[in-house]
Design a protein around this ligand. Structure first.
Ligand code: ZN
Length: 309
């Protein structure tokens, strides 16, 4: 049982999870796999200060085995904005994630945080993005991309990068370390934290959960929240099925996406961190049900979540 405390935790032999409670907006997890003479970093963090702190914590474990590669599990900034602090490493992502990455650059988030906003947007932006320092970040994009699957040899250890998106975003990847029975899921998995579906389709995300389960890994490190096992994947999968069914019923009854999100009783999921994300997920489900449903831009989705909250 790995405690949900901020910092580096061993989850296997020379395999580590770096955790950031409470797992809400921007508080993402990362991973480290150390081989004979080199190491793989799974994700960087939302800004340079957090990523620097993480790399300091990892330095003692590396003992001269450099981080030669970084994999960004997807395009969201809380998984790639620290890339510039690993300047000598190859940066790997799916091709779809690399294409999506420039769409929400650190400059955009810095503008949002610095803007003179009115309530409720101001309070929400402060809550979600206020703790981070985007003005210091220069995005370092991936230097190697792949489709579907890429197996790495990390100093004698096999790490399987498996593309399971589009789901949470357009190019989600999980990193499986068979010899440690561990999988780093990026934001395909949230534990005790409400998932947010920017891309979809939701059926792909449910299938991604099944792929993780099929790996049979004992240790599952989510993108947000505490380390888990198969049960954490099952809970997230149940949420996705539930939100799909609730949204579909309201779509068929003629409600708008905004009305549907507000009308759904969160029930057992009310205690998950950041419940307002249901606004984004319902809008994405609506887009699947009605292809003419206009895709709201990120700022209007953020406005919708602020109003919900
Ligand atoms: Zn994330």
């Amino acid at each position: 049982m790995v405690s949900f405390d901020r910092g580096l935790h061993a989850v296997g032999d020379d395999v580590f999870a770096y955790l950031q409670p409470d797992g809400g907006w921007g508080w993402s997890n990362a991973g480290l796999v150390i081989g004979r003479d080199e190491a793989l970093l799974v994700d960087t963090l939302f800004d340079l200060r957090l990523t620097g702190e993480m790399l300091d914590a990892m330095a003692g474990r590396l003992a001269g085995r450099p981080i030669s590669r970084v994999v960004n599990t997807h395009a969201n900034g809380d998984h790639c904005f620290g890339n510039e602090l690993v300047p000598d490493a190859e940066v790997i992502s799916s091709r779809a994630a690399a294409e999506e990455m420039p769409g929400t650059p650190p400059e955009l988030l810095d503008q949002l945080v610095s803007a003179d906003l009115s309530e409720p947007l101001a309070g929400f932006v402060k809550h979600a993005f206020g703790p981070f320092h985007f003005d210091e970040v220069t995005l370092r994009p991936p230097t190697l991309t792949f489709d579907d699957r890429l197996d790495l040899d990390v100093g004698g250890r096999r790490v399987e990068l498996i593309e399971v998106g589009p789901a949470h975003t357009s190019g989600d990847v999980i990193a499986h370390v068979p010899d440690a029975s561990t999988v780093f899921t990026g934001d395909i998995l949230f534990v005790g934290v409400t998932p947010v579906m920017w891309a979809g389709p939701i059926g792909n995300w449910i299938a991604a959960c099944d792929r993780i389960t099929a790996l049979g890994a004992e240790t599952v490190v989510p993108g947000h929240g505490p380390v888990t096992g198969a049960e954490g994947v099952r809970r997230l999968r149940s949420y996705l099925e539930w939100v799909r069914d609730e949204a579909t019923r309201r779509f068929e009854a003629g409600m708008t996406a905004t009305e549907a999100a507000r009308d759904i009783d969160l029930g057992a999921y009310a205690g998950w961190v950041d419940p307002e994300r249901i606004v984004v997920t319902v809008a994405s489900v609506y887009r699947e049900l009605d292809p003419s449903h206009e895709r709201p831009n990120v700022v209007s989705l953020i406005e919708g979540m602020a109003a919900y909250r």
